[in-house]
Design a protein around this ligand. Structure first.
Ligand code: 2NE
Length: 269
């Protein structure tokens, strides 16, 4: 993919930093099939470009980092291939994007400038570092909208915040403030929104002064412990696509899109 063909993201490389911005602010930067393909492509470009030492992932505007999968693109069976236009014919491959973030041997910073929700929350969780603005809001929504990332989304989160907290976050689908996220070890630093970009640039400058090979080895070494989860992640995304075919999953999606209360009562076994 040629980056001039990107429609859903902005991609800019400057002074050693690759800035990847999800550019769908009208839907709180929700990702559709095409967005995920473009993000994965940009991470691949950043991986192999020797001029890039650090990657920053963020969302356009001042309201959201990312609100996860685009529920309006999702139908019975998952996110509709092709809905994003002629270049997005393959099914959504979130697992490939997660892999790209984890396996690029360069630090990835999530610059969280608002809502990091659902699959958008998982993206920041998988980044090496998270810097957030004071107005940032964190949370999972899967069990409310008929979805779940049972791969890295559950397992890696538990490594960050502990089992009890991770279960609370996933089961209750509550939202957490930036201050709460900092207290539970979910983010590295919180700054006023007006200072976020400058703070991220400062962290980038410090990272760019370090030995790239030492950073790559450190990242890959950290990854080894959780890499067994990669197999689980593939399995989890296959299972998720089967779950998406059920009426139960569609009830969650439909309730969000129709802006009505959800009712899962009849699916209790
Ligand atoms: C993000 C949040 C909390 C923001 O709330 P608020 O009140 O600030 O905005 P509002 O009015 O909800 O959203 C503004 C517009 O963006 C759309 C909304 O439908 C609304 O559109 P209009 O009414 O103006 O037409 N929008 C927001 N998020 C969207 C989304 N994800 N898909 C499609 N349209 C979206 C609030 O908007 C929220 O809770 N959003 C939904 C979060 C969510 O449930 N995400 C999906 C989780 S599942 C997932 O991401 C996933 C997975 O579990 C496994 C694999 C792949 C993905």
């Amino acid at each position: 993919m040629n980056d001039s063909a990107y429609t859903d993201i902005l991609y800019e490389k400057r002074d050693g930093v690759a800035w990847i911005t999800i550019n769908r602010p009208e839907v709180r930067n929700a990702f559709r099939t095409r967005t995920v393909a473009e993000l994965t492509d940009a991470f691949s470009d950043a991986r192999w470009d020797p001029s890039v030492g650090v990657v920053v992932l963020t969302g356009a505007g001042d309201k959201a980092f990312c609100s996860g999968g685009d529920q309006k693109e999702r139908g019975q069976g998952g996110y509709a291939p092709g809905a994003g236009g002629a270049t997005a014919q393959r099914p959504m491959d979130v697992e490939a994007l997660h892999s790209a973030i984890r396996h690029i041997p360069k630090p990835v910073i999530a610059m969280v400038n608002g809502f990091a929700i659902g699959g958008g929350h998982v993206l920041h969780v998988l980044c090496d570092l998270t810097l957030a603005s004071e107005n940032a809001v964190f949370g999972q929504t899967g069990p409310r909208v008929g979805s779940v990332d049972a791969g890295h989304g559950t397992g890696y989160l538990a490594r960050l915040v502990g089992e009890k907290r991770a279960r609370e976050i996933w089961y209750l689908c509550r939202q957490y403030t930036a201050k709460e996220a900092l207290a539970m070890g979910l983010v590295n630093k919180v700054v006023p929104q007006k200072d976020l970009r400058a703070e991220v640039e400062q962290w980038c400058r410090e990272l760019l002064e370090k030995s790239p090979t030492a950073l790559a080895l450190a990242k890959q070494s950290f990854n080894i412990d959780s890499e067994q989860r990669a197999g689980v992640a593939q399995f989890a995304h296959t299972a998720l696509n089967l779950y998406y075919q059920t009426d139960e999953a569609m009830e969650g999606r439909n309730a969000f899109v129709e802006k009505r209360p959800v009712s899962f009562k009849k699916y209790r076994k």
